[in-house]
Design a protein around this ligand. Sequence first.
Ligand code: MG
Length: 255
Amino acid sequence: MLRRAHANVAIGAAALLVLALAAQAGEAAKAPPLAVVDPGPAGGPPADAIVLLGPGFDDAALAARWTNRKDPERKAPPPWKVKDGVVTVAAGTGDLVTRESFADVQLHIEWMLPPREKAATDGEDAGNSGIKFHETYEIQILDSYGKTGNALGQAGAVYKQHAPLVNVTRAPGEWQSFDIVFRPPRFEAGKLAADGRFTVFHNGVLIQDNARILGRTNDSRPMPQEYALPFFLQDHGGKVSFRNIWVRRLAPRAE
Ligand code: MG
């Protein structure tokens, strides 16, 4: 009798498993077909990326993608010049801002710090630039090579909000990369409905893990409510260089 009860339990469990697998197969059948994307050469850009700076770019190609943030009409040519696919901050000329607006994005960007002119401190005077998403939320670029203090201000910080998980900054004069996933804050009917998020890899190392955006990174004014806005590379005086900038538009993440 007991043996039969065990057998019934086993048959019942098997039937449930079959039903579960059938349900899973049903769900799988509902998933839309995958988009096939050519990933391109190592380091990208993948075929579905918008290249904002790449090999072969001249000043005209740069001007098609970027303008000078100092110009209120956003028509002026870019404030920095291209040489061999590289642009370098021309101190005091203005920020390099995208002509297009972006919402959810994956951004790849390579940057290089200028030579150190004096002994390193934990301050923010050397090699300071940054990528400011929505012209509001800064991922810091700084000469942070070997530094341990001022964690909220060093390279890879969500400025003044989240320190990078580790400092993997390379020395001045060496190319390095950020790969950033930016999820803008979402506003509905004038109210914050979903927090913005940053995930960042610096030189391939995870340094921001779905970090929650707490507000503007440089002041306490209200956050902009537009879901898509331009981003800019900051002229903070440091002669930081950039190359290989590409961006992929992402679908908003399901909450
Ligand atoms: Mg900065």
